[in-house]
Design a binder for this molecule. Structure first.
Ligand SMILES: [Zn+2]
Length: 313
């Protein structure tokens, strides 16, 4: 049972976290080795009751921040809402793009859902900006879902799967024009291949404040993983991305959007605090690892996109 001072100390820290608003600036000190925040419950910080008792005159916000044992995500984990509460919150529209480039003659009819011509992509982004949308990143989404932390009035998340080069050369600069940030789910096998991003480009995106997540090593269906596949497809790519960005890899996008409940504990064990699928129903037990997105089709005008966002979320 927690002594009352611990509770006070934690709530001061929680308040501080809220005041700071963005968790990302406070997460820099976090190391790659840090356990998944969801697994790292707050009692770790209060386990040592001697150090947990603040001197009366040190009961300031600064003093309330434990030096090493916790980071903001751990605080989030402590006050984490239950699955039902998370599911009841209004969903943030999350869009999923793949290739951002003009159509070529050999592109199939089906492929064009996944390939958005440059001008059309620019129309999409301009429509979002003109309509008052503001992009949010996974850290913000997670804080909102787990604690009810506030988001911009019209939030949207822009995600990019599969590492294709146009995401760096066309999409990112377009987002930056409007002060938008994207989430790039990288398939590590493709790094440095022709028409894909390089490690340096991924690092640059990360340094510009975009988020980098994992999209496995070579895009195999998560539902088929056994034993060593989890190491090859999740652990190693995660480590590689962390080496590139200098930040922990905590977000995952399922290849093809395919997932099953059995995959979720495997991802959590490997530090993934949230995972993104496509438009299926969320897992009632673990909505954070079955977050919904829609594919922003290459056929859609900005009006069609807007309609789809309103209807799907
Ligand atoms: Zn993919």
């Amino acid at each position: 049972m927690k002594p009352p001072y611990t509770r006070l100390r934690l709530s001061i820290f929680a308040l501080f976290t809220v005041l700071i608003g963005s968790s990302s600036c406070m997460r820099e000190g976090k190391t790659i080795e840090t356990q998944s925040p969801v697994e790292t419950a707050i009692p770790v910080a209060s386990a040592n009751s001697d150090t947990a008792i603040p001197e009366p005159d040190s009961l300031t916000l600064q003093a309330a921040i434990p030096a090493k044992s916790a980071h903001p995500a751990a605080i989030v984990a402590n006050s984490i809402a239950d699955a039902e509460t998370i599911i009841a919150r209004k969903q943030v529209p999350i869009l999923c793009y793949h290739q951002v480039r003009d159509w070529r003659e050999k592109d199939s009819k089906q492929a064009k859902d996944y390939i958005i011509p440059e001008e059309r992509f620019k129309d999409h982004i301009k429509m979002l900006a003109d309509s008052g949308y503001q992009t949010v990143l996974p850290d913000q989404l997670l804080a909102y879902l787990t604690t009810g932390a506030s988001l911009p009035e019209k939030p949207v998340m822009l995600t990019f799967d599969d590492t294709s080069l146009g995401q760096f050369t066309v999409a990112a600069p377009e987002l930056e024009k409007y002060g938008f940030k994207g989430v790039f789910f990288v398939m590590t096998v493709s790094l440095g291949r022709p028409n894909y991003m390089t490690r340096a480009q991924v690092k640059e995106l990360s340094e510009k404040g975009h988020a980098i997540g994992s999209h496995t090593w070579d895009h195999q269906n998560v539902k088929k993983y056994q034993g060593q596949d989890w190491v090859t497809q999740v652990e190693k790519p995660s480590r590689q991305l962390a080496e590139i960005t200098g930040k922990p890899t905590e977000y995952f996008a399922y290849p093809f959007g395919l997932w099953n409940p059995e995959a979720i504990p495997e991802l959590k064990q490997r530090g993934m605090v949230a995972a993104f699928q496509l438009a299926e129903k969320r897992d009632p037990q673990d909505p954070l690892h079955s977050i919904r997105r829609i594919i922003a089709s290459g056929y859609w005008s900005s009006n069609s996109l807007h309609r789809a966002m309103v209807n799907s979320f």
